[in-house]
Design a protein around this ligand. Structure first.
Ligand code: FMN
Length: 324
């Protein structure tokens, strides 16, 4: 009997595959389908700071449109804290797997006071999406990291459930950010938010957004950073981006992920695809003689490498040499 169980955000999950915050998780009925299909836990679709502040209409009126607006519109979100509270309560009543609430914030201000509502509604943890896309030249790296840290500290003062922070990858030093988030009180880091790519429609001469669905090759970015951060800071590592099959779940676990989140592959292939992913993970474990995921988690991380100091450099030199 294989043991796929994993402890993430203080909860025992039956397996390390978590449904990402998205339109997959925007109703209790869909959350129930995900449980029936076999996920270990779910992150509910985010409530956006703008929803709480009632700014969505304002966003719509802006010139062109912002990334935040695209996100909100594409996820077909309903508005308001009350509805979000019902989403948490309804999902908790429908399933027995852990249900994490998700909040997407762009400023640490008024909305922080509302985060307690998510805990009171029964969320088993909170995922805070703080993935800012820095575009203002006044926003120095130091200022942005300070925003992350201050926000985490403020949220931790208000709630007692575990906290995951979903970040983007535009940092000079991701390991340092992970470490600082841990010291600020975060229990997990989700690597990474997938920024919507903006395009230009040359016929209409206006901005357009590209598909939010990831490509299977996108997994290499979180893979690298999980490999490099695993075991250095006592914090759970969740990956998000490009996990489309069971073999990629295996890769993330070998790199050191506590859990892998999945979204695009389920939107594309249906939630039944979870069965195939789990079978691929189990098949690989049997072939390689593992009976639990804990036996191989982090096996190919930098921390467990024979040459941790030159880990990245060796991979780089090998790649260059192979194509010389
Ligand atoms: C339609 C759609 C809606 C999404 N909504 C949210 C959201 O509400 N909050 C959030 O943090 N991420 C959201 N995401 C991002 C996903 O959670 C995930 O990070 C991203 O899709 C990368 O994972 P994937 O490659 O498995 O799709 C959304 C993604 C899609 C495709």
């Amino acid at each position: 009997m294989l043991d796929l169980s994993t402890v993430y955000l203080g909860h025992k999950l039956r397996n390390p595959i978590v449904a990402s915050s998205s339109s997959l998780t925007n109703t209790p009925e869909k959350v129930k389908q995900l449980e029936d299909a076999g996920v270990g836990a779910v992150s509910l679709r985010s409530i956006f700071e703008e929803e709480i502040e009632g700014e969505i209409e304002g966003l719509e009126r802006q010139e062109g449109h912002t990334e935040a607006w695209d996100y909100i519109r594409s996820a077909e979100m309903s508005h308001g804290l009350d509805e979000y509270r019902q989403l948490i309560k309804g999902s908790k009543a429908a399933v027995s797997i852990p249900v994490f609430a998700s909040m997407n914030a762009k400023s640490s201000s008024f909305w922080v006071d509302h985060v307690k509502v998510l805990e009171d509604a029964g969320a088993d943890g909170i995922e805070l999406n703080l993935s800012l896309l820095p575009v203002d030249y006044h926003d120095t790296e130091e200022k942005i990291i300070r925003f992350y840290i201050d926000t985490v500290k403020q949220v931790k003062q208000r709630v007692s459930v575990p906290l995951a922070v979903k970040i983007g990858y535009y940092f000079t030093s991701i390991p340092s950010v992970v470490d600082q988030l841990h010291y600020a009180g975060a229990n997990a880091v989700v690597m990474f938010n997938r920024f919507y790519q903006v395009d230009i429609d040359v016929r209409k001469e206006r901005l357009s957004s590209m598909s939010p669905i990831s490509a299977p090759s996108d997994y290499v970015i979180p893979l690298r950073w999980v490999m490099l951060t695993y075991g250095k800071t006592p914090i759970d590592l969740a990956t998000s981006s490009g996990v489309h099959d069971g073999r990629t779940v295996v890769k993330m676990l070998l790199a050191g992920a506590t859990v892998t989140q999945v979204c695009s592959t389920l939107l594309k292939n249906g939630v039944e695809h979870l069965d195939t992913m789990r079978s691929e993970l189990e098949g690989w474990m049997r072939e390689n003689g593992y009976s639990s995921v804990d036996q191989f988690r982090g096996k190919l991380s930098q921390k467990r490498s024979n040459r941790p100091k030159s880990f990245e450099r060796i991979q780089y030199v090998k790649t260059v040499a192979a194509h010389a």
